[in-house]
Design a protein around this ligand. Structure first.
Ligand code: ING
Length: 279
């Protein structure tokens, strides 16, 4: 289809293993984590991309030794058309829980298997654009996109694995997709960036994850969307400069933002009821 940049999903090399409780972390490391990237198993992907002159984003479970200890992150990398790794992001917003919930239909143990990412939200000069990365649950937190946009992001790549069922309470699957669609359109528009969100979807281990991979324009319009939960490729010839007018006018951050009034966003973690004392 003539694509120059491909976005693969979160944890693209393995099943979404945080849906299961494993007592033995050595088994988890052996079965699901990558201790080198690329490795013998993943090198063919890098070689094929280089042969085709295609850059890509891909998510994987990263096992590494840092500061004298074993670290585990839900990671994504940007790889240039020459096969070189240009950027790395380690997922910061980890949803779910760390404890075993034996009564639940499935687990969501990202807080058990991964540490909070320690590389921050960054952008890179990548294939003649300024590209940033996020992973899955990050798309529910506007702060993540705004930090990338404040660094000049023109493209944001985001892989996801979102279960169709809600672990905590009954929720129509269509409503979960609705949330996914409005978040993607809002974040792309309010930050005047292209946004590529790629699903790992369909039944995996018997557990369903929804699709709806998207390419969203800076205008907030969905330029391309997957239509199935099968293996599917969506492609769009994006004009990166489509965002220029928005960045110069409506979302000219320097002209319109008022950080002196935004303090609570950084100072306060959870919501606290603190009503004003008067008018
Ligand atoms: N998956 C889900 C996501 O944020 C989730 C987890 C789903 C959290 C629905 C809250 C509500 O899309 C990952 N991998 O973050």
């Amino acid at each position: 289809m003539g694509a120059k940049f491909v976005v693969f999903p979160e944890l693209a090399f393995t099943t979404f293993f945080p849906r299961h409780w494993y007592e033995d972390l050595n088994e988890v490391d052996r079965r699901f984590f990558e201790s080198t990237m690329p490795s013998a198993e993943t090198q063919p992907l890098f070689e094929e991309a280089k042969k085709l002159g295609i850059g890509f984003y891909i998510g994987y479970a990263e096992l590494t030794q840092e500061e004298g200890r074993t670290r585990r992150f839900n990671t994504a990398i940007l790889v240039g058309p020459d096969g070189a790794i240009v950027g790395k992001y380690r997922k910061i917003h980890l949803p779910g829980h760390a404890d075993h919930k034996p009564e639940a239909a499935f687990q969501h143990l990202e807080k058990k298997y991964f540490e909070v990412g320690n590389l921050g939200f960054r952008v890179w000069r990548f294939m003649n654009t300024i590209t940033g990365m996020l992973i899955c649950n990050d798309r529910r937190w506007p702060e993540a996109f705004r930090v990338l946009a404040l660094q000049g992001a023109e493209v944001v790549a985001l892989g996801f694995n979102t279960p169709s069922e809600n672990l905590s309470y009954p929720e129509p699957p269509a409503l979960r997709v609705h949330h996914h669609l409005i978040m993607a359109q809002a974040m792309a528009f309010q930050n005047a960036t292209w946004l590529v969100e790629t699903a790992k979807c369909g039944f995996e281990d018997g557990y369903r994850m929804f699709g709806h991979s998207l390419i969203v324009a800076p205008t907030g319009e969905i330029a391309a969307k997957s239509a199935s939960e099968e293996d599917e490729v969506i492609c769009f010839n994006a004009d990166i400069d489509l965002a220029a007018d928005l960045k110069r006018t409506m979302f000219n951050f320097a002209a319109h933002r008022r950080p002196e009034h935004y303090g609570l966003i950084v100072e306060r973690v959870g919501a606290e009821v603190t009503p004003a004392k008067g008018p």
